[in-house]
Design a binder for this molecule. Structure first.
Ligand code: TYD
Length: 146
């Protein structure tokens, strides 16, 4: 029964999205995690930004990108990522700084349920360009031909 449940969950994963475990080093001094663009993640890193001090109950993102690929990492604390490819939606819990979630272009994402003090690191394949955004969900669906 448990196996069947896991299998169904895997089938539901939004295409192109996946959790990526990072390499690191652990010793008596603590933990160190490293991410190399083009090696640990499937794009070169053009931009880094981070989100913190998110008030209780607030949501972030609520957009898709036309060309940009990104990885989100809960550096501290936890949050949930809603992924939407225009056909199905999935909520992914991000709880560990040892892994990121790959969100490719043309996937709608929303971030919610930030824990107190959570920090979301974003690694992006391109510099900031407002023209690359779909900020309206219907525009996103139209672009997908839905
Ligand atoms: P916004 O895209 O709304 O953040 P979220 O990821 O929660 O949707 O970004 C908020 C503002 O910051 C918006 O005016 C665009 C600006 N911004 C930049 O100037 N550079 C950046 O790299 C990012 C991510 C945002």
């Amino acid at each position: 029964m448990i196996m069947a449940t896991l299998f169904v969950r895997r089938l539901k994963m939004i295409e192109g999205c996946r959790k990526i475990p990072f390499r690191g080093h652990k010793d008596f001094r603590g933990n160190l995690v490293f991410v190399e663009g083009g090696q640990d993640i499937p794009f070169n890193i053009s931009r880094v930004y981070y989100i913190y001090d998110v008030p209780f109950g607030a949501s972030r993102a609520g957009h898709a990108h036309k060309e940009l690929d990104s990885i989100l990492v809960p550096l501290s604390g936890a949050f949930d990522v809603i992924l939407d490819d225009g056909e199905s939606r999935e909520k992914i819990e991000m709880r560990s700084p040892n892994e990121g979630i790959l969100i490719p272009r043309m996937i709608w994402r929303e971030l919610e349920n930030f824990t107190s003090g959570a920090v979301c690191l974003a690694l992006a394949s391109d510099p900031y360009d407002e023209e690359d955004y779909f900020r309206d969900y219907q525009d996103f669906l139209n672009a997908l031909g839905k």
